[in-house]
Design a protein. Sequence first.
Length: 238
Amino acid sequence: MTSTLPGFGTERITQLGLRDRVYDRVLEVLMGHDVEPGMRLSIDGLARTLGVSPTPVREALVQLERTGLVTREANKGYRVAPPLAGDQLEALFDARLIVESGAVELAAHGDVAVLRAHLERALEQQAAVAREVAEFGSEAAPEELVGRYFRSDWDFHQVIFDATRNPFLEEMSEIITTRVHRMRQLVGGGGDDTGRAVDEHRSIVDALGVSPSAAVAAMRVHIDNVRMRSRADASHVS
């Protein structure tokens, strides 16, 4: 005789899967170039576009509010959040230094051979997309291609967070990385840094073969370089 825990039937599992898919789709929309800061996000409109009920859309927006990509105004609903700049930008990269340095150090004390193999695959995919972006030039690259590049960059970092086997670090990863990528998409204009990012990721993979401290140092160099490029991007449009 089998028993089912309350709330964990097939219908509930299906609903959880729908919620995740809706969240991913709304996030994809928010990471697109057509979404401007301050734009109103209609729950009913998004639900119609996605062909779902308003409930999973509302749940997705509540979750996305925690990442800082959307803001909620009482009696007015949700809007696309403004990009980070100035002190907020610096605070974001301070957080990245702390969280991602700690993540790579923790991951480096696990099965490094397996971790490096997963990172190699992620890096290979990122490098392939970076070559496509370079063929167009960052200013002319199609939105779909730019989106794929950001996802490939995100995937590299996500491999490290996954290797920590720490759900709290993985949650922090989502909050931080989505803000960084959305911010860089909004400001743009700073030139194509895809090749530099690939090289810096390569340095992290190589450093993991040396020692945890070397991996931490390589990660810190990468985050600091992204910080400087982001500052340049922000000043380009200020």
